[in-house]
Design a protein around this ligand. Structure first.
Ligand code: GLC
Ligand code: GLC
Length: 652
């Protein structure tokens, strides 16, 4: 019997054995509930089983764990609220719903934005003015006091930080948002818990079952063997990936901060309890889960312990389980790694959505150099993903910017990759002569010279410096740069995600430096409590905040009128001008040629290049509403962008 026949047979047999036990878990009157569950089980069981066998089949008690996982899944399904079951059905019928040109995301910290969860719904009109259909709330769970890595050290996945609100409030908010056409996105901080999580406390107290939830070692020798191949994520805070726990005397694997204990996914009990936490969130009404730090979730001696095949299998197993219990739930991967590794997390059966860190980083690269060759080259080679999935395009998020591009792409263009990264770091920390940027260094590693960048969109794009120097032309240039980047975020293939604050041009906030829990982490410079009292400034439409706000509202509204903006595909074109980044968006019978000038000077887009992108057509620039004269070279102003709609066949 071939291996495949064998596993198919085992898969069927296991399902037969488990079916009655699962059925019994639901009440006798729940026939309809069971039928739906069984239908989805039949559709996804085989892939789930194969993944779990690969991950855990070698353990003598595998079948026990399998049963526990499936019984948990049935209970989660039984608990799923009716309105979410209806969402499940809708999304199963229209699995491409998130590809719509209507999709626009926003992300914010509840405490910084509205203090409390309870007050957040009052801002729904604001979200709707912006056009948001997706709202990501940064982690708001129970965390240790003081430094908790901005909420990424979770002590309890089922309790909200009491300073912010309660689970009941979150559940109510999810529903209200849903009724308003906004889906709730939340983090699933799956790589680690805080050292105050109940599991960690049990482990500390010596409970061996819970010690197996984490990666704890008695001897420094083993730790050193692992350590040899690992990179430091926060090198300026702490060297090495292990922390000695005083109470047990053991070394604990802590990839990030010492209070963030990595979970041991080689233990099937960890898979089960985390899946249970995942379904808890799904049943609260979370529709998009941002899977945090996915690159790190599996470890193997002798490797970098990043992006291992088992990390993908784990995500696929979570995906298969979600397809059975909560099929409307989308996964968004947060893998800020080499572009080719980022792409590997994206798939209908793994993560349907992913951040697009390469586009983000290279937009900043092009802004600094005024040249688009690396951006164009890399986007042509490395941006393609499965048509069933979508990029989430962003300019800033709560984290630092790292210069993630492929070294070979740079070398192809005669650029020395590491020298270029050094230049970009100098540029964005304002240390390069003539730089417009005001950014802060993050994560400096003295061994490698690596550095990443913190700062808000507006400060990095030059507004802070220009305002400080009070030079109107510099202010204007900064405004144009900000608008240029936002226009690309909104028009590139995928879902735009606004880091709330960037819609009105928030600047860096240095107050974190006086808070000991934050002072050593420069990412707080762009995690700010500054708020824009939009109503108060209403009388002054010339205020910069209003210009930024009105511009982004206009662009998002325009996006929503253009069918070509749906579906993630984008074809990067050769503009024959090193300062112009161009691409085609085409869908639903509409075609747009989008051209962006990354320099502060006039730039020509040759008529011939435009013709190659789209021939036999007239063009209307949807940004200005003006037709483009036939056949001519186009001249773009400083940092200007054009969204050219092709009007077919009507050459006059
Ligand atoms: C992710 C988060 C980042 C956090 C890290 C550890 O990268 O985006 O903010 O520090 O995970 O949870
Ligand atoms: C990890 C995360 C990345 C983040 C960094 C810490 O590399 O994957 O998102 O930027 O840690 O800030």
């Amino acid at each position: 019997m071939s291996n495949d026949d064998w596993i198919s047979r085992q898969s069927r047999k296991s399902l037969e054995r488990l079916l009655p036990r699962m059925r019994a878990k639901l009440g006798p009157g729940d026939d309809a509930l069971w039928e739906t569950f069984e239908g989805r089980l039949n559709a996804h069981w085989d892939r789930l089983f194969r993944l779990l066998v690969q991950l855990y089949g070698w353990q003598y008690d595998f079948f026990f764990h399998l049963e526990q996982i499936m019984l948990m899944a049935v209970s989660a399904w039984g608990d799923r609220p009716d309105y979410l079951k209806a969402v499940d059905r809708d999304r199963e019928e229209n699995p491409q719903w998130f590809q719509s040109e209507q999709m626009t995301g926003g992300v914010l910290y509840v405490d910084l934005f509205s203090d409390k969860l309870a007050g957040l719904h009052e801002h729904i009109p604001y979200f709707k003015t912006l056009g948001l259909t997706y709202l990501h709330l940064m982690p708001l769970f129970a965390v240790p006091h003081g430094n908790n890595d901005g909420g990424y050290a979770v002590s309890d996945y089922r309790a909200i930080n009491p300073d912010i609100g309660s689970i009941e409030e979150l559940t109510a908010l999810a529903r209200i948002l849903h009724n308003e056409g906004i889906c709730l996105a939340l983090d699933f901080v799956m790589n680690h818990t805080s050292d105050e999580h109940m599991w960690a406390r049990q482990a500390r107290a010596g409970n061996p079952d819970f010690q197996e939830y984490y990666l704890m070692f008695d001897d420094r020798g083993t730790v050193d063997q692992y350590q040899h191949h690992l990179r430091d994520i926060f090198p300026d805070i702490r060297r090495g990936s292990f922390t000695r726990d005083d109470q047990t005397g053991k070394w604990v694997w802590t990839t990030f901060n010492s209070f963030q204990w990595d979970l041991n996914y080689a233990n099937p009990a960890v898979f089960r309890v985390m899946a249970e936490e995942m379904f808890f969130l799904a049943n609260v009404g979370v529709q998009v889960l941002r899977l945090d730090a996915v690159a790190f979730i599996w470890k193997r001696m002798g490797t970098s312990c990043e992006n291992l095949p088992e990390a993908h299998m784990l995500l696929q197993a979570f995906n298969a389980l979600a397809s059975i219990v909560a099929p409307s739930l989308l996964f968004k991967s947060e893998a800020i790694v080499h572009p080719d590794e980022v792409v590997r997390y994206i798939g209908k059966d793994e993560c349907q959505l992913s951040y697009n860190p390469m586009l983000m980083a290279l937009l900043w690269e092009a802004l600094a150099t005024r040249k688009v060759d690396l951006l164009t080259h890399a986007m042509r080679r490395r941006n393609r993903i499965d048509a069933d999935c979508a990029w989430v395009n962003y300019l800033r998020c709560h984290d630092d910017i790292g210069w993630t591009f492929d070294d070979a792409d740079a070398l192809d263009l005669g650029i020395d990759p590491n020298g270029h990264r050094r230049f970009l770091n100098d540029f964005y920390t304002g240390n390069f002569p003539g730089s417009f940027a005001t950014g802060m260094p993050f994560g400096y590693n003295p061994d490698t010279g690596d550095l990443r960048i913190s700062g808000t969109l507006a400060s990095l794009a030059g507004l802070e410096q220009a305002l400080r120097e009070k030079v109107p032309v510099l202010i204007e240039a900064a405004v144009q740069r900000i608008n240029l980047l936002r226009s690309i975020m909104i028009s590139a293939g995928g879902i735009p995600l606004i880091y709330i604050g960037d819609e009105w041009g928030m600047l860096n906030d240095y107050t974190y430096l006086s808070d000991p829990a934050k002072a050593t982490d420069s990412r707080w410079v762009h995690r700010s409590r500054q708020r824009w009292q939009s109503r108060r400034d209403l009388t002054d439409p010339e205020a910069l905040e209003w210009r930024f706000f009105n511009e982004i509202v206009k662009l998002i509204a325009l996006r929503k009128q253009l069918p070509a903006m749906s579906n993630g595909a984008m074809e990067v074109i050769d503009t024959e001008n090193p300062h112009l980044f161009g691409y085609i968006r085409a869908y639903g019978g509409q075609k747009l040629v989008i051209v962006n000038n990354f320099s502060e000077f006039l730039q020509t887009f040759p008529g011939a290049a435009l013709n190659r992108a789209a021939s036999d057509t007239r063009f209307i620039d949807r940004i200005s509403g003006k037709p483009i004269p036939d056949g001519d070279n186009l001249v773009l102003g400083p940092y200007q962008f054009l969204w050219l709609e092709c009007i077919p066949g009507s050459h006059s």
